[in-house]
Design a binder for this molecule. Sequence first.
Ligand code: SF4
Length: 464
Amino acid sequence: MAKQLIDQAAATLPADKRVSVYQSTKATHEKRTKLLFDQFNDPDLLRQRAGEIKQHVIENLDTLLPAVEAKLKANGAQVHWASTGEAACEAVLRIMQAHGAKKMVKAKTMVSEEIELAHYLEKHGIEALETDLGEFIVQIDKDHPSHIVRPIIHKNRREIATSFEREGLGAYNDDPETITRRARQFLRHKYLEADVGLTGANFVSVESGRIVLVTNEGNSRFSLAAPKVHIALVGIEKLVPRDRDLGVLLNLLARSATAQQLTVYTEFISGPKGATQPDGPEEMHVIFVDNGRTEVLASDCREILRCIRCGACLNVCPVYRQASGHAYRSVYPGPVGAVLSPLLAGKKFPELADLPKASSLCGACNEVCPVNIPIPDLLLRLREKGKREGAPLASVGTPPMGAWALMASQPTAWKAALFGGKALNYLPTKLIPVPALRAWEEKRALPAWRGGEFRKWMKQRRKS
Ligand code: SF4
């Protein structure tokens, strides 16, 4: 039986990287759980509430989007709409060209990764420099992020020190403090030289038209302070109806993403610089990006649009922990990516139709999701879509079920199989005759086979 692409990628992941991805995601997940349950009486109720807020948003985008546009304009921002990734890139380029701008500093934004903005601008002679440390390292290495929140989870400090030496940022030194100081020194004057600062938005309040940004490095603040123009690239689903909804979402986002009570910098941007303010951008542009989201909204997987990109589902996922992010072949890895990436791919869905199968359906992602997205249900719906549409990748790695169907429909064969199953308890792993079971047993200690218990229970129940 052919292996799924994600299994093939996982098999090539060096052991040291697998260990470091595993340990780091596990530690963050455990810290997040402790923090939530120590500090809130009922974190699940909070997740439910957050899910309802975001579900309300996606059910009412038709009225909320015009309302937030009006608020943003009243605050002095200019609003643009981009139906595709190309349209969003073109909108950014137009703004840059209108100002004769050649240099941009970028804070971390997943939408810009999604639409490959930096490559697009580079082709048009514009420098778009990443200022988030992880994204900066990804950029100088011409690599891709492998985690939504921690883009360089797959790299160690020795690799980073080598990259810095290669880029002329100082002689090899893998001390983390030296690495961050060198990045800071390099980036600091870049902020002052930049014509445009680009950010994303974690949330946009419809009530006040405020854009909310959270970072731990303060780089989005620097990206906004010096350049004359601020561009915010925002997915259309990033709205919250009221300012007070942020109390729920910001509390959950920080704890779920990095196991912090609050992210170090939480910024509320209410528009361009006012007449009495000494600093800040003179112009602010907000580009709302669709890029496939309305198709997702029309699908039976629309709940995925609640996602606030915290990465908690990646940290807890047994598949992500084994395979790491690049194995998902898309900007969004892990359980959220296994749902969102094939959906956003649109007509290219068949190219990612294997991703919904990159899950054991254990349900851990659903249990940690701060907006309570039923990810396993969505994965099953997408598996069904892949099968219905005959996507070849959707059936790679699927065990042939004919033998199972035959056994399950013949009582005698079923009884024999139950008896045979018990024999497995005494068989050494290497002698198990079914390769998939053997591979499974090699990695995990399974409980002893107790087949037939249900039938015994039924018999007794009928007698009584
Ligand atoms: S699906 Fe949920 S847990 Fe995963 S990144 Fe999105 S909000 Fe976080």
